[in-house]
Design a protein around this ligand. Structure first.
Ligand code: UP5
Ligand code: MG
Length: 196
């Protein structure tokens, strides 16, 4: 069975990780966070990619699509190898820019279907306050005001064009992510119930 993929995008701290990990049981999708996979790979001593990932994170640049897609593919293959019924994936934080999207299309065309994009919509203010709150305990070195503001700018400049492309294809399902976790979750559930 060909992997069926949903991408989750939105400002930093919009709640992608929170919502994607809770919806998986309800909709039989496996949650993969591109950012989490990269952070894990960055610290693996025997990784051929860790140095490059570290450089990109330090410079605030996106990791080249080839690397992220390799990690995503490995994770998808591993999941499907263990259970052939697990071919639905909810990929959070990807593709972060047009270069990553181009790379995905090149590598994955015909190998996976992108069903739709779940867009977690919130203001800059909500994005900043949630990241700063999380920063008190997350240990993430990018959860401080300066880095979050930079991440928002990068999101607007680089990720918005990806969303615009999918919008033209009628694939974007936008959700108001500024409400409570439960309210947002109800909307996420409705999208998956509708889309099947
Ligand atoms: N929270 C969540 N929902 C809430 C709600 N409704 N009400 C109140 N609070 C809510 O949530 C953030 C915080 O808010 C948490 O404390 C949560 O409890 C609370 P979370 O679910 O963690 O938000 P999320 O959208 O996942 O935010 P995240 O910071 O993870 O998003 P980013 O897109 O910034 O980060 P990501 O981890 O995806 O990427 C990090 C970096 O990796 C990127 O900046 C980039 O450098 C790199 N990257 C690549 O290079 N390539 C990729 O393909 C992907 C990432
Ligand atoms: Mg996240």
């Amino acid at each position: 069975m060909k992997p069926q993929v949903v991408f989750a995008l939105g400002r930093p701290g919009a709640g992608k990780g929170t919502q994607c990990s809770s919806i998986t049981e309800h909709c039989n999708y496996t949650h993969l966070s591109a950012g989490d996979l990269l952070r894990k790979e960055r610290t693996r001593a025997d990784s051929e990619f860790s140095q490059k990932i570290d450089e990109c994170f330090k410079r605030g640049e996106f990791v080249p699509g080839e690397i992220t897609i390799t990690l995503l593919r490995q994770a998808m293959e591993e999941t499907m190898k263990n259970d052939k019924n697990k071919f639905r994936f909810l990929i959070d934080g990807f593709p972060p820019d047009v270069e990553n999207l181009r790379c995905w299309t090149q590598v994955m065309d015909g190998e996976a279907d992108v069903r739709f994009i779940l867009l977690f919509d919130c203001s800059d203010e909500v994005s900043i306050s949630r990241c700063l709150e999380r920063g008190k305990s997350s240990g993430r070195d990018d959860d401080n005001k300066e880095r979050v503001e930079k991440r928002i700018q990068t999101y607007l400049q680089s990720t918005r064009p990806v969303i615009a492309r999918y919008h033209k294809e009628g694939k974007v399902r936008a959700i108001d992510a500024s409400r409570s976790v439960t309210e947002v979750f109800d909307d996420v559930k409705s999208v998956f119930d509708r889309e099947g």
